[in-house]
Design a binder for this molecule. Structure first.
Ligand code: FMN
Length: 368
């Protein structure tokens, strides 16, 4: 049914408008207690074998929603109702900002991909912190908070901008993510260089501890798939050195490899980050490389081109304790998370591994 709706309605609409329309429906349903309970009963099934411990947190499943879908923390319950077991909100910046001019989101339907240059359109960390503070959660969902740099802030003041967001948002975060990998904020990805990343991560760690003295909020960094292999290794080594809790691999790519011939030729030429199926191979490769380097010392989160349970399973075998997705949700619709959990549980049952934790990194451990 979603495929029909997608073809008849969403596909004819501007992708960003379609996002707001669909997200609006989800949020409206989630506001009605009886409806959200019913929907969640169907879409958020609990497979006991998928229970996961990561970042000091207990989750029903390793599978959750990647950053960018709910930038302003307005629909966490709605996404939890659809079965996403963790929801990463953001990217939130120090100051509110409108993002790039529209049109800034493009569908490459034949390639099951998206290109976006949203540019961190968001309400800013003060407003998002207030929203999170006043929230009464309907579901026990893990909430990650992803922070980034305000575009107008000069690069030499980037650390202060992240610190401001970290102090404000850490109290409401089950985990905090430093996003240095969006291609749509000029200069942002330069912060991935270890010389920039070390002071940034150190300052954000201190800010999170100041913001939440009673609890150590897990801190992760989200990296781009376009990093050279030696830079991936350098980030991995730095993460271990600084005692970081996790690495999220990966954000969208500026590369255009893996696109088929049938894609909309105009959309392919748009600048921005490419996500979805064409990103799959590189994101998996980055994850494997990270796991080979850090092993179980750091929690790895696999994201990029995850479309089905087999993809998620491959991420687990490559070293991911948690797996996220975004683009495939646009194409697969509201039953997607449910199918992911069901398929992943089935995959685990037919595998040689007794638990999901045993499977994490198994492919890499046998090849190194
Ligand atoms: C429209 C759109 C907006 C996004 N915004 C953000 C963002 O604000 N912060 C972030 O860290 N990642 C953002 N992402 C990247 C996703 O979180 C994810 O890393 C990427 O899309 C790869 O996963 P996928 O192939 O499952 O979509 C965005 C992706 C899309 C498609």
């Amino acid at each position: 049914m979603y495929k029909i709706l997608f073809t008849l309605l969403f596909r004819r609409m501007d992708p960003e408008q379609a996002h707001h329309l669909a997200f609006g429906w989800i949020r409206r349903v989630a506001r009605v207690p009886v409806l959200r309970t019913l929907v969640a009963a169907v879409l958020a099934p609990r497979h006991t074998e998928l229970r996961t411990e990561a970042l000091g947190l207990r989750l029903h499943s390793p599978f959750g929603l990647a950053a960018g879908f709910d930038k302003n923390a307005v629909g966490i319950d709605g996404m939890a109702m659809l079965g996403f077991d963790h929801v990463e909100i953001g990217t939130v910046t120090g100051e509110p900002q409108p993002g790039n001019p529209k049109k800034r989101l493009f569908r490459l339907v034949a390639d099951r991909a998206l290109i976006n240059r949203m540019g961190f359109n968001n309400d800013g960390s003060l407003a998002v912190a207030a929203r999170l503070a006043s929230r009464t959660p309907a579901f026990r969902t893990v909430v990650g908070v992803n922070i980034g740099k305000t575009k107008a802030v000069p690069e030499d003041e980037a650390v202060a901008d992240y610190v401001k967001s970290a102090e404000r948002l850490a109290p409401y975060a089950d985990y905090l993510v430093v996003n240095v990998s969006s291609p749509n904020t000029p200069g942002l990805r330069d912060l991935q260089a270890v010389d920039h990343l070390r002071p940034l991560l150190t300052a954000v760690r201190e800010a999170a501890d100041r913001g939440v003295p009673a609890r150590r909020v897990p801190l992760l960094v989200k990296i781009a798939p376009d990093l050279a292999d030696e830079d991936i290794d350098a980030v991995a080594d730095l993460a271990v050195e600084l005692g970081l809790d996790g690495i999220i691999a990966t954000n969208t790519t500026i590369a255009r490899a893996g696109l088929g011939l049938t894609s909309d030729p105009a959309a392919v030429k748009e600048t921005g980050g490419l996500s979805g199926a064409p990103l799959k191979a590189r994101s998996l490769e980055v994850l494997r490389r990270l796991y080979a380097r850090v092993g179980d010392r750091i929690t790895l989160v696999g994201v990029g081109g995850v479309e089905n349970a087999e993809d998620a399973w491959q991420r687990v075998l490559a070293g991911a304790t948690l797996v996220q997705g975004y683009s495939a949700f646009v194409y697969e619709g509201p039953f997607w998370a449910r199918a992911m959990h069901k398929g992943l549980a089935a995959r685990l049952r037919t595998s040689p591994y007794a638990t999901l934790a045993d499977a994490v990194g198994a492919d890499v451990r046998t090849t190194v």
